[in-house]
Ligand binder design. Structure first.
Ligand SMILES: C[S@@+](CC[C@H](N)C(=O)[O-])C[C@H]1O[C@@H](n2cnc3c(N)ncnc32)[C@H](O)[C@@H]1O
Length: 279
């Protein structure tokens, strides 16, 4: 079957659900995974055919049912690296790549620094830092045993040596050793924001990774910042991905705990999305 014909089917069936740009991206993801081809290959050779049309249609059906493409293939790309993902791990988001970029621009690259990633999920933040900062010592923490299994697979695939800790951060009284950098993208979506959440997230991504209670949405930030304030080395840095609606509340919380210098940044969509605090 001509891949061009499949492309037309994908766009016509998926554009009403996702939008045309995203439908095109979904098609290109499948083209790469199923055929090992790119957009350019198709432009150069419009007569490209597939022997896999049954598989293509099975995937199209899953996409129509709004199963995330990353779950269909068990894989997501983050900062240029491939990460295994499943129903126990959040799918890494592009805004989180911006947080990683900020960290990489804020730390020395030629020293051995200690980094802790709390709520690591697939490991996308901590493992990318371990890859980009080969002299660093990175610890990945999560409450979820299943998420940590995936993070371990990812560490092996990326050939990085990191430490794993299974721990409920809310039940921890203090960190065991001092860190130069603590980073976290904890659960931050309030119940009242559930109406904004799309079906592909709501039905397929782990709710323990996403949601907090309306009456205390900063519970993870307060706990982690309190631990970090005690355990960061002098000049150490705390990085957060945050709820876009709670930027000012985050600044007040971090100041209240004692951080002398906090910067709030927007993501590429112009939403308040991340903070950096220095102890
Ligand atoms: C928003 S996800 C972030 C995943 C990953 N760091 C990323 O940026 O894609 C939050 C993570 O926090 C973990 N988590 C939830 N509650 C936790 C707790 N009490 N202690 C430690 N980790 C927790 C979840 O399992 C999930 O992996």
């Amino acid at each position: 079957m001509l891949i061009k014909v499949l492309q037309d089917q994908f766009i016509s069936k998926l554009a009403p659900i996702y939008d045309e740009v995203e439908a095109q991206q979904l098609f290109l993801f499948c083209l790469a995974e199923l055929e090992g081809k790119s957009r350019i290959d198709l432009i150069m050779n419009p007569e490209l055919t597939t022997l896999n049309s049954e598989q293509w249609f099975a995937i199209l059906q899953m996409l129509i049912e709004q199963k995330p493409i990353q779950h269909i293939f068990g894989k997501a790309y983050f900062y240029g690296y491939a990460f295994n993902v499943n129903e126990h791990t959040l799918i890494p988001r592009p805004e989180t790549e911006e947080l990683v970029e900020w960290i990489l621009n804020s730390v020395p690259h030629n020293q051995s620094i200690r980094i802790l990633d709390i709520g690591t999920g697939s490991g996308c933040i901590g493992l990318t830092l371990a890859k980009e900062l080969p002299q660093s010592q990175v610890t990945l923490m999560d409450i979820s045993v299943e998420a940590l299994k995936i993070a371990k697979q990812n560490a092996e695939a990326l050939a990085v040596n990191v430490e794993f800790i299974q721990q409920d951060i809310l039940a921890l009284d203090q960190l065991t050793s001092p860190f130069d950098v603590i980073v976290s993208n904890p659960p931050y979506i309030r119940q009242l924001e559930k109406v904004e959440i799309k079906k592909n997230v709501m039905d397929y991504e782990p709710h323990t990774a996403l949601f907090v209670e309306d009456d205390d949405p900063l519970i993870f930030y307060r706990k982690i910042a309190t631990l970090a304030f005690e355990n960061l080395k002098p000049g150490g840095q705390l990085f957060y991905e945050i709820n876009q609606y709670l930027g000012q509340e985050m600044i007040e919380l971090l100041r209240g705990i004692g951080f002398k210098d906090t910067e709030l940044r927007r993501d590429m969509m112009q939403n308040d999305r991340m903070t950096k605090s220095i102890v």
